[in-house]
Design a protein around this ligand. Structure first.
Ligand code: UD1
Ligand code: UDP
Length: 370
């Protein structure tokens, strides 16, 4: 029997983390030939993750340029993706999330009339400006998608509201929980020493809509928290986007209890989340992983497309205002009961079996075609 050729496309760190379980499930499945294309919208961050999961791309577009603009990135991606689609002729293309890579590959697949499956479909803030440009990427991708793999029931409802047919939506859970559970039990040392007498605040931040003044506010808040709490140490693996790392090192580079470091490999980052008392982040993936590890997250944004953990009370939106961030974090540092209410291990985003469900949907589709 001929195998069905599935092309999985990954561009950035979170896509690789969330597609890794899907790629591994498809590679194991006898019905599929799984090919992997790296656009390398991220170069080093992508390579780190692929190494961790033992995935070697079959093709690599090596597209990243320093401080790339959205337009130039999109313009480089489309013809390069089209060349691959023309040469490979996959039966299905799969990609995850809301990056420029995903929007471009959904469009390139549409132009070649190749059916596209969207992993982590249906997330919406209903505000095109937040997150920017990701909300647009999701909406455009959704219009071009045949299989919408929605992580949660509320993501499914969003798609129904937009008029997507019920038979095209599959609620699978989020593959990030598959990835997390596959590594979370491993004891991995951190690449720096922590003082076990101090409480760890782990920070990540990289959103384009926070660049400039909001990001300086976030950095001032981190500095204030470190100054006011002698029993707190901050670890901040800084995203390599130049709009982030320059400000981070200017404001935070010189404090004895703040460690700025390179982005951590996925395993040490998970180890750092496990050791954290509190996480401050504007990351999508961290909002999903931390609740499963029982770690409170203060989200450095005003809106989220991931309302489930907020509704559970284990994640809170605090925006990018210095006083608000300091106030909310200080409350959790000082009030044990408030902290415990947020530090419950809940996993509204999945049970670790999402990738298997995605493979089954595709298997059933091809079985019905013969
Ligand atoms: C991208 C995604 C964002 C996602 C984030 C995950 C878009 C528009 N943005 O944002 O949705 O949440 O990735 O981290 O798709 N860089 C490096 N090395 C790397 C990665 C990035 O040096 O491995 C630097 C480069 O200068 C690059 C810049 O960061 O030009 C921006 O990268 P880009 O992928 O355009 O945007 P991100 O802010 O990383
Ligand atoms: N992450 C990592 N190392 C780090 C910071 C984050 O491996 O130093 C992981 C994190 O566990 C999560 C993912 O990267 O799975 C989130 O990626 P990012 O915040 O870059 O993007 P987003 O999820 O916001 O799109």
């Amino acid at each position: 029997m001929d195998k069905h050729k599935i092309l999985c496309v990954v561009g950035t760190r979170p896509e690789a983390i969330k597609m890794a379980p899907v790629i591994l499930a498809l590679k194991e499945h006898p019905a599929f030939e799984c090919r992997v294309l790296a656009t390398a919208q991220h170069r080093n961050l992508l390579d780190q993750v692929l190494r961790v999961f033992g995935i070697e791309p079959d093709m690599d577009l090596d597209i990243m340029q320093p401080d790339q603009t959205l337009a130039a990135l999109t313009a480089r991606l489309l013809p390069a993706l089209d060349d691959v689609l023309q040469a490979e002729k996959p039966d299905v293309v799969l990609a995850q999330g809301d990056t420029t890579t995903v929007m471009a590959v959904a469009l390139a697949s549409f132009y070649r009339r190749i059916p596209f499956g969207h992993v982590e479909a249906g997330l919406r803030t209903w505000n095109m400006a937040y997150p920017f440009p990701e909300e647009m990427n999701r909406v455009v991708t959704g219009k071009l998608t045949k299989w919408h793999f929605a992580p949660t029931e509320s993501a499914c409802q969003n798609l129904l509201k937009e008029g997507v047919g019920e038979s095209n939506i599959f609620v699978t859970g989020n593959t990030v929980i598959d990835a997390l559970l596959s590594v979370a039990k491993r004891e991995i040392p951190l690449p720096f020493n922590l003082d076990s007498s101090k409480r760890l605040i782990l920070v990540t931040a990289h959103r384009r809509e926070n660049f400039g003044a909001p990001f300086r506010e976030i950095c001032r808040a981190i500095l204030t928290l470190a100054d006011h709490n002698k029993d707190v140490q901050v670890v901040y693996p800084v995203h390599p986007n130049p709009n982030v790392c320059e400000t981070a090192s200017q404001v935070l580079g010189n404090h004895s209890r703040i460690t700025l470091c390179e982005p951590l490999d996925y395993l040490p980052f998970v180890a750092a989340m496990k050791q954290a008392f509190l996480i401050l982040s504007d990351s999508g993936g961290v909002q999903e992983e931390a609740p499963a590890l029982g770690k409170p997250v203060l989200v450095l944004r005003n809106e989220t497309e991931r309302p489930e953990a907020v509704a559970e009370g284990v994640v809170k939106l605090v925006g990018a205002d210095c006083d608000r961030i300091v106030g909310e974090a200080q409350h959790l540092l000082d009030d044990g009961a408030a902290y415990r209410r947020m530090a419950r291990g809940v996993s509204p985003y999945g049970d670790g079996r999402a990738a298997g469900r995605i493979a089954s949907v595709l298997r059933d589709y091809f079985a019905a075609c013969v």
